[in-house]
Design a protein around this ligand. Structure first.
Ligand code: ZN
Ligand code: ZN
Ligand code: FE
Length: 761
């Protein structure tokens, strides 16, 4: 029998996911001798055995790795050896120089742990911190690499002898499960009132369920931070929460007991069911069912046709539902208006004492804050509305010949993320928030610091938005490294191109609310022809004034008056708005004072939303367009005529479309039909101009990006009309179409420019 000796190197997400015990068990199964160890670039295996058994061994490693792992590189090298290794061994981690490993995202409790949680005879029965190598906290508790117990916030909890036995047994499900613990040795729950005084009770979790039942609002510490929780069926309680949180209408996320409950309140497709049930357990936007009011109060998500729903994902969540009689809870990130979610015990108590009645907390520290992810299925495919817990920090690749090594991209202003580059991988951070306050800026710096340290990235270049008030630029300037400025919509365009592997000149439709343009104006309705080095502005919405600047964003009726000023007797509009308010707007429009110009598609949607009486005052970002989409008659396929200028950039006449919508309104056409016709019109004109634009490229690809494409109706119709013309619509899969995707695009652009000048590192 021929005996061979081989060295196997595996890279990717292979640490902290039970990879070494899996290798160990597989080696035993196939009689392989040798060893396995974690090193700085992944997992290294030396294996000795017969040719046939080695082949089976390698095949098993490749084809059935542990559920949470993901293999990026797998190399096998056969070598000669003059000694025979002993029984297969697991060698402990050693710190290396160059880190190339990835960090595993946090995942929801696995089936095995859930069974133990509910098994009275198990020693972890009812233990809110139960986990194993297949599940539990990861990214949120890792403080450094390599991933070992001392590199996590579990460091301070000494394992009891039973846990230590499991931890050291390669045949145990908890072999080297770093967060391993039990009621004997693990963290403990605490229930406090809003003055920080501990409530004495036998079981803080049971007591919390009782308080929730009794209409209280609780701050509950979860995986990536605190949630504010209360029953979802009680109008009065939700109104109280809205008042305390200063959040009038923005829909709250719901956590429901189980799939059966979800089925009672929302329409769920097969694709959606899979995502709802996935180990990532994101919040999923699902279509409301009509008779769901007895389970979910109208106040939970007013004026929209969807619910944001997630299933329990930590052992604690399961226990809260087990001990409580409620079927659905409001579970919203615990923060004060515009601030990041609280994730430290003390901060939470200090800052949320006016919002929460009680605090259900524990002494396992969260190292990296991480919000819940939000997904919406459009055209049977998932789109990120927010990419965070469960997905971050999984890397997003850049097309082969490009490097982003050492690029730090600071993103934009709204819905920000940051990106750190290593080789040709982008590590896009979790959702950070809107960069308009010191807390969020602090959060950005913290996350950036954590990511670069964990991934061992040495910053070389900063990529920042061109906006003069941009906090990212402020941060970058302090670092005394080269800065690459990137235009907002260029970054959007490239984010969609790069994640789809495109790098040649491509037509990119970028429709969003706001982005600083190269001419100093506010862009947002742009059709660009783009590569990584630059872009040509092929078409745009014609500029219109925004009377009072940001006031027009807050009050869509003002925006509508700005959009229509030159072409319509605007004072006739909005009979409910006092004349003196309208006169003031008309005055500044005529004087052209404090009226910045915009080509924003988001603002055109806002204008129509106001004109149709749907949303005159905006309470949260995107509200006017979200409600405009919600009301649209999805069976209406007609559209308005539209016109645009010749010459570049092509100017699309937005106000003219609004005038036609007003004509319809006057003629008594129902609002849902007008809304749909408007959506169809934007989709149609986009496809017509895209068809002209692709002639200037070598492909039929058309990228669709920007926050407006979170609108399902707009996206579906645009895809449909593009395909009718034989064009190939390209959409996001890995990053969000909204401003969360900006940092990824910036990193790719900055990398392309830097490494063209500096040769590859
Ligand atoms: Zn588990
Ligand atoms: Zn223990
Ligand atoms: Fe944007």
């Amino acid at each position: 029998m021929e005996l061979l000796y081989s060295i196997i190197s595996i890279k990717g997400t292979v640490q902290g996911v039970g990879f070494r015990p899996f290798v160990y068990r597989t080696a035993h199964k196939f009689n392989i001798k040798g060893s396995v160890l974690n090193n700085s670039s992944g997992v290294k295996i030396t294996a000795y055995g017969s040719k046939a058994e080695l082949e089976l061994f390698i095949k098993t490693l490749k084809n059935s790795p542990p559920p949470l792992s993901s293999i990026r590189h797998f190399t096998v090298e056969y070598i000669d050896l003059d000694f025979i290794p002993g029984d297969f061994k697991i060698i402990n981690s050693s710190e290396g120089e160059e880190n190339e490993i990835d960090i595993t995202p946090d995942t929801s409790i696995c089936d095995n742990c859930l069974k133990e949680l509910n098994n009275k005879n198990n020693r972890r029965y009812g233990h809110p911190f139960i986990n194993c190598t297949d599940c539990g906290p990861r990214y949120t508790i890792i403080t450094q690499l390599p991933y070992d117990r001392p590199s996590t916030t579990m460091l301070e909890f000494e394992m009891c002898s039973e846990c230590a036995k499991e931890y050291n047994d390669p045949f145990d499900r908890r072999f080297h499960a770093q967060p391993i613990c039990c009621p004997e040795c693990g963290p403990v729950m605490k229930l406090l009132d809003n003055k920080g005084v501990e409530i004495s009770c036998k079981d803080p979790v049971k007591e919390s369920s009782r308080l929730l039942e009794n209409r209280k609002i609780l701050a509950v510490k979860g995986l990536g931070g605190f949630h504010l929780a209360c029953r979802a069926d009680l109008e009065e309680t939700i109104s109280k929460l809205r008042k305390r949180k200063n959040r009038e209408e923005k829909p709250f996320a719901l956590m429901v007991r189980d799939i059966e409950t979800a089925n009672k309140i929302a329409l769920i497709s097969e694709t959606e069911l899979k995502i709802l049930n996935s180990i990532e357990k994101p919040i999923l936007l699902l279509k409301k069912l009509k008779d769901s009011e007895n389970l979910i109060s109208e106040k939970a998500a007013p004026k929209v046709t969807t619910f944001g729903i997630m299933l329990p994902y930590t052992p604690l969540h399961y226990l809260l539902f087990k001990y409580g009689s409620f079927d659905a809870l409001i579970m919203t990130s615990a923060n004060r208006t515009d601030n990041p979610m609280e994730f430290k015990n003390e901060d939470a108590l200090n800052k949320l004492s006016n919002i929460a009645d009680y605090f259900l907390t524990n002494n396992r520290e969260i190292f990296s804050r991480n919000d819940d992810s939000i997904i919406r299925v459009i055209n049977n495919r998932p789109f990120f509305l927010r990419r965070a817990r469960g997905f971050v920090p999984e890397p997003i690749p850049v097309p082969d010949k490009y490097s982003v090594d050492g690029i730090i991209a600071c993103g934009g202003i709204l819905k920000n993320t940051i990106t750190a580059g290593r080789k040709n991988m982008c590590y896009v951070s979790q959702y950070i928030g809107t960069m308009d306050n010191i807390e969020t800026l602090g959060s950005m710096e913290q996350i950036l610091d954590n990511l670069t340290k964990l991934l061992n990235i040495k910053p070389k270049v900063y990529a920042v938005d061109k906006h003069p008030d941009n906090a990212g630029a402020f941060h970058a300037k302090n670092k005394r490294l080269p800065i690459q400025y990137v235009q907002h919509h260029h970054a959007h365009a490239v984010s969609c191109m790069a994640e789809n592997g495109l790098s040649e000149k491509t037509v990119c439709i970028t429709y969003d609310g706001t982005g600083y343009g190269d001419d100093g104006k506010i862009w947002g309705g742009e059709i660009l022809i783009t590569d990584y080095h630059g872009f040509m502005r092929f078409a745009q919405l014609s500029y219109v004034p925004m009377p009072g600047g940001d006031l027009s964003v807050k009050f869509p009726w003002r925006m509508a008056m700005g959009t229509l000023n030159k072409v319509y007797k605007v004072k006739e509009l909005f009979p409910d708005v006092p004349d003196y308010d309208k006169d003031a707007v008309i005055e500044i429009l005529n004087a052209e004072i404090s009226c910045p110009l915009t080509s924003s598609m988001g603002r055109l949607f806002d204008s129509l939303s106001a004109i149709l009486g749907i949303c005159l005052v905006r309470n949260y970002e995107g509200q006017p367009a979200i409600e405009l989409e919600a009301i649209a008659d999805k069976n209406e396929y007609s559209e308005y005529e539209f016109n645009y200028s010749s010459g570049y950039p092509i100017l699309i006449n937005g106000p003219d479309i609004l005038c036609k919508a007003i004509d319809d309104l006057k003629a008594g056409i129902p609002v849902p039909k007008i809304s749909a016709k408007f959506h169809n019109t934007i989709a149609r004109l986009t496809s017509v101009i895209a068809e002209e634009a692709v002639n200037q490229t070598n492909s039929r690809n058309v990228c669709l990006t920007g926050g407006c494409f979170q609108n399902a109706l707009l996206l579906e119709r645009t895809i449909m009309y593009l395909e009718e013309k034989g064009l190939n619509p390209v959409t996001h899969k890995l990053v969000s179409p909204n401003d969360e995707g900006i940092s990824y695009g910036q990193a790719v652009i900055a990398g392309a420019i830097y490494y063209k000048k500096n040769k590859f590192a």
